[in-house]
Design a protein around this ligand. Structure first.
Ligand SMILES: Cc1cc2nc3c(=O)[nH]c(=O)nc-3n(C[C@H](O)[C@H](O)[C@H](O)COP(=O)(O)OP(=O)(O)OC[C@H]3O[C@@H](n4cnc5c(N)ncnc54)[C@H](O)[C@@H]3O)c2cc1C
Length: 447
């Protein structure tokens, strides 16, 4: 299991405010109020059911949004869930975590007219939650093909691939390095997006199709060789995500108090008592994407009085959407743009501040922001995996794949965050897994 880097600070040296149990419960409760049946129908009735609906085109998994919304308006939530899950088996997570403001809801025709877009995310959540509560089953397995497929990684890409393969009659074995399935749904997404152990509930629903065995605690390349997978299975899918955190490459990076944001969020997500997590008085987050926003808000909600997100370019360049930036600001996070970190100030063996250079003017003006906790949230690289003699063609350090998600190695497909060109969203990983499964099926049954 990932632990906070060995240089992480002892709780005793950090002085961020500790909150009451009740405050923590409020701060980490579901960020969105789910729709009840009545409000779901009222909201669904607002939909124009556009022909050639742009919301469907904007969804990376191509969910037929207009059709599922029509079903909700006809009081058929379970039917709507079937429509959603047939394209996106993680429709429940995506309803909670997709940046809908840049995808389906951004494309909504009502939005283009200057009106509020249809609450597609909340409607999707209403339908998938209702189906899960009722234990609705939408999938049956086709006749057994006699083929077996190894999937490396039980994240969104791996689970999506495994599920589609299982419906098509293949037997699947997933090798997962960690104790639980779900990948970053379980270990990375913000706690207030994935409440009530939702990631595990969804995994349970997905695996209920049958034909999928998950071997936890097995790291491919270490506990089992890649060559063994190639020998023992008819095909291999790699959904290994990323996993190596990028460094900021400044002296002092090893000092106590300098922490990888993803490792900290992993601890937070697995914690039964978030009040025990170390939190600083002055938290600085380096980065401008979703992870940076998430760690900034979560440390604020843990009780850090001063949280600054420092990004080296302007507001419009940030990977985090404008809505996410607004959300962070509304939570009291300060966002410093054009802030290029140039040195870490380490005193008596711990981080005490960060020196920044203004990156948007020639003056080279510098300033220091106090920090007893510094999060690195500037992205991740593909972690090294011992592949033996197998070599893959890579692009920007990630696996290069064709449009059918085939790698350069025959019999091996890959998808999700680990492949070049992927946009780093859960929904895109699900789509990759689905398309790879269709390609694997075609290859195994046509040859
Ligand atoms: C902090 C954070 C917050 C995010 N928030 C959002 C969000 O709100 N919305 C959104 O859409 N996206 C979000 N993302 C992105 C999203 O989580 C990823 O795009 C998605 O999880 C990618 O899925 P994946 O299956 O490719 O990889 P992962 O989810 O990373 O899963 C890969 C799995 O492979 C396993 N694995 C790796 N190597 C091996 C090996 N050698 N052997 C066996 N198993 C292995 C890992 O343990 C892991 O379980 C976030 C990402 C981060 C880091």
């Amino acid at each position: 299991m990932t632990t906070l880097s060995s240089n992480s600070s002892e709780p005793s040296v950090l002085t961020g405010q500790r909150l009451s149990e009740a405050d923590y419960q409020t701060n980490f409760a579901d960020i969105h109020t789910p729709l009840d049946a009545r409000s779901a129908i009222v909201e669904a009735d607002r939909c124009y059911n556009c022909y050639g609906a742009p919301c469907q085109t904007a969804c990376p998994t191509g969910i037929d949004v207009a059709s599922f919304i029509r079903m909700i308006s006809q009081n058929n939530a379970v039917g709507a869930a079937g429509k959603i899950l047939s394209e996106n088996i993680m429709g429940g997570t995506c309803a909670r975590a997709c940046p809908v403001e840049t995808l389906c809801e951004d494309a909504c025709v009502r939005h283009a007219e200057g009106d509020q877009p249809i609450k597609i995310g909340l409607l999707q959540r209403f339908a998938t939650d209702r189906a899960s509560e009722l234990g609705a089953q939408f999938f049956t397995r086709e006749a057994a093909t006699g083929c077996t497929v190894a999937v490396v990684g039980a994240g969104p890409a791996g689970l999506s691939c495994a599920h589609r393969l299982a419906t098509l009659g293949h037997e699947v074995v997933i090798y997962e390095a960690l104790e639980k399935s779900g990948g970053l749904n379980e270990y990375g997404l913000a706690a207030y997006k994935m409440t009530e152990d939702y990631a595990q509930q969804e995994v349970k629903d997905i695996l209920s199709i049958g034909g999928i065995k998950v071997k936890h605690g097995i790291r491919v390349g270490q506990d089992v060789s890649f060559a063994e997978l190639q020998t023992n299975y008819d095909a291999v899918f790699m959904g290994v995500g990323l996993g190596a955190n990028k460094d900021i490459n400044l002296d002092g990076e090893e000092a106590p108090g300098v922490i990888n944001a993803v490792d900290y969020i992993h601890q937070l997500r697995q914690s039964n008592d978030v009040g025990q997590l170390p939190v600083g008085q002055n938290v600085v987050v380096i980065g401008g994407g979703m992870t940076a926003i998430d760690i900034a808000i979560q440390t604020k909600r843990l009780g850090a009085p001063n949280v600054t997100m420092a990004y080296r370019r302007g507001k419009q360049h940030m990977n985090a959407s404008l809505e996410e930036q607004e959300f962070a600001l509304s939570e009291g996070v300060h966002i410093a743009h054009w802030a290029q970190p140039i040195s870490l100030i380490v005193e008596q063996g711990a981080i005490t501040g960060v020196e920044f250079k203004m990156a948007n003017n020639e003056s080279g003006q510098t300033y220091i922001t106090p920090a007893d906790m510094l999060f690195k949230a500037i992205g991740q690289n593909l972690a090294a995996i011992n592949m033996g003699t197998i070599e893959f063609v890579k692009s920007h350090g990630k696996y290069e794949v064709d449009q059918d998600l085939r790698t350069s190695q025959p019999g091996i497909w890959a998808g999700g965050d680990c492949v070049a060109g992927n946009d780093g969203l859960a929904v895109s990983a699900v789509q990759d897994g689905k398309l790879a499964a269709l390609s694997i099926h075609h290859t195994l049954t046509q040859s």
